[in-house]
Ligand binder design. Sequence first.
Ligand SMILES: [Zn+2]
Length: 158
Amino acid sequence: MDRLWNPWRFQYVSKEKQPDGCIFCALPRENRDEENLIVYRGKSNFIILNRYPYTTGHLMVVPYQHTSSLQGIDEAAASELFLLARTAEAKLRQIYRPNGLNLGMNLGEAAGAGIAGHIHMHVLPRWIADSNFMTVIGETRILPEDLSETYRKLKAVF
Ligand SMILES: [Zn+2]
């Protein structure tokens, strides 16, 4: 289980938690998608690159609606969330040819959620050697690709 759930313990932004609100509510309202790393906007959800990725290509599918539970979004939004996770899988496979992917959600701080108030689904590519690599370097993320480059590649295929 540790291995499975580890990836999203490297959380988005505890540093950037805004005193005045929720970053997942704020970013899509700003209309600065490139700067905010939003690669796709659906009807009820958007897809954003994790600014502090566990691996290159670490995406998150996030409902526009602020809710801490899957019960808090309606069926259409829940379906779209899963469909976008499925699309994210396809795009990541297309661009990065990973050996595998992790998909998952942490609901609540006790489960490891960095932003507990607003649900989000992580979708991240994995390579055979990446966990060993991450163990060696610990919390310091040395990434083979610059975020703006990752953004450019993904934006082009979504
Ligand atoms: Zn929110």
